[in-house]
Design a protein around this ligand. Structure first.
Ligand code: PNS
Length: 158
């Protein structure tokens, strides 16, 4: 696996994402963490803030590059010569959407393949939305995100 992309919204990055990043960085020569810019969801963090948090949390991984993209994921993959898309699978509920996405991507760009890493069981329940919801009600998010990210969430939510 030469060049891989791990795409997502990362609003914000969680321990679940970081687990997938660490593991895929061992499989790929270069791993692009791709943040989607033109997302229809209304994000809590700007793209620049998400880049900054991801760069902070992946600084110890020399072959990981944080980058943003617009439009189709497979066009982004082609533009950086990536052969592989990485997605994390938490539970069977993720499967249907992920299967549909990977099959569509493969139809559009047969030269780009998707591989799935099963999320570490420790983080199988975790999502950025759940973290934001717990933080919104002043719950403890220290088990879900690194301290630096937790601080940013608290600042954002006042
Ligand atoms: O973290 P997310 O929100 O589950 O990530 C979804 C993402 C960014 C991977 C997906 O929405 C995506 O690839 N969007 C770009 C547009 C595209 O290529 N759509 C897929 C065609 S099936």
């Amino acid at each position: 696996m030469k060049t891989a992309i791990y795409p997502g919204s990362f609003d914000p990055v969680t321990y679940g994402h970081l687990d997938i990043i660490e593991r895929s960085a061992k499989l790929a020569e270069v791993l692009y963490v791709g943040i989607l810019r033109n997302n229809s969801k209304k994000p809590l963090f700007s793209v620049e803030e998400r880049i900054e948090m991801l760069e902070h949390e992946t600084a110890h991984l020399p072959n990981v590059k944080v980058i943003t993209f617009d439009g189709l994921l497979v066009d982004f993959a082609r533009s950086v010569n990536a052969q592989v898309l990485v997605r994390g699978l938490r539970a069977v509920t993720d499967f249907e959407y992920e299967l549909q996405m990977s099959q569509t991507n493969r139809k559009i760009a047969p030269e780009v393949d998707t591989i799935f890493l099963t999320t570490n069981l420790k983080y199988a329940y975790l999502s950025s939305s759940i973290v934001k919801e717990v933080a919104f009600y002043q719950g403890d998010i220290s088990a879900f995100v690194p301290p630096y990210v937790a601080e940013k969430i608290h600042q954002k939510m006042g």
